[in-house]
Ligand binder design. Sequence first.
Ligand SMILES: Nc1ncnc2c1ncn2[C@@H]1O[C@H](COP(=O)(O)OP(=O)(O)OP(=O)(O)O)[C@@H](O)[C@H]1O
Length: 311
Amino acid sequence: MKTDEILVDARDLVKTYNSGLRAVDGITFQVRRGEAFGVLGANGAGKSSTMRMVACTSPVSGGTLRVLGGDPDRDGAAVRARLGVVPQEDSVDTDLTVRENLLIYGRYFGMRWADITRRTTELLEFARLTERADEQVSNLSGGMRRRLTIARALINDPAIVLLDEPTTGLDPQARHLLWERLFQLKQDGVTLLLTTHYMDEAEQLCDRLIIMDGGKIIAEGTPADLIARYSTREVLELRFPAAEREVAAEKLQGLTDRVDVFADRVLLYTANGEETLAAVHERKVTPLTALVRRSTLEDVFLTLTGRTLVD
Ligand SMILES: Nc1ncnc2c1ncn2[C@@H]1O[C@H](COP(=O)(O)OP(=O)(O)OP(=O)(O)O)[C@@H](O)[C@H]1O
């Protein structure tokens, strides 16, 4: 298997809507075979618009895009047949059973019946839905429906799977199970292109990622690269009673190069959290709680945009 093969090649890609809005404003990125590639950004950053162009369901307004070597404008149908697409909203048929959803989708792709049934059995297992196979989809929880949507997208053994916010709207337990299934796909060597605004998940799953803001790419790299480039090694998170926070934050200014004050906490960016905590105490500041943690992609996003990603 060629691992350097480029499956998605976007150059100066633009999406303009009728309103005149440039939702995607000249972005360049490549997704290689076998990698998990993340597109991160806040709501409205242009992630879904990008994904719809790659999925060949929304025309490209400018620049060039090649997906599996094809031009979405010219070869859209052929490219779509080799993609697995998991849209933001679950689109499974709630009147059918879990199994029927998979079988019918296989038919839609014109697969041979023997292949459809074999693949359906495998995918029910993959999605942890074997026990629910003959239940109507309307009875399933949100997490189960999402897993079924993913299983369905895999029926035709796609060369690349596109997932738009796969875990949004799920409770933590359902999110965890879904994320674990995505890890499995990655281990199986499936190429993944996904959007998310959960930085912790992206950090663990994605080999490389781009961060989008206002339709542009503001940073690109591996999670470790981005953290090394845009944050310190550790962060000291302090919480104070509301009435004391401002005074405390005032006393802490200048203690490290960067001190960020939020409504609920003060963050000190530092190479060594324990040493910084000792310095906090030396300034006669006593937080309610103090946590030393390593920097995350969330800190990277904050550095780059001045905003937190998940409110
Ligand atoms: N079909 C459309 N017509 C007009 N404007 C659109 C359309 N789809 C998206 N937009 C606008 O384009 C901008 C980018 O939206 P997009 O959905 O791509 O962002 P996003 O990063 O995926 O955000 P979200 O996480 O909310 O989906 C937003 O301002 C949005 O309102």
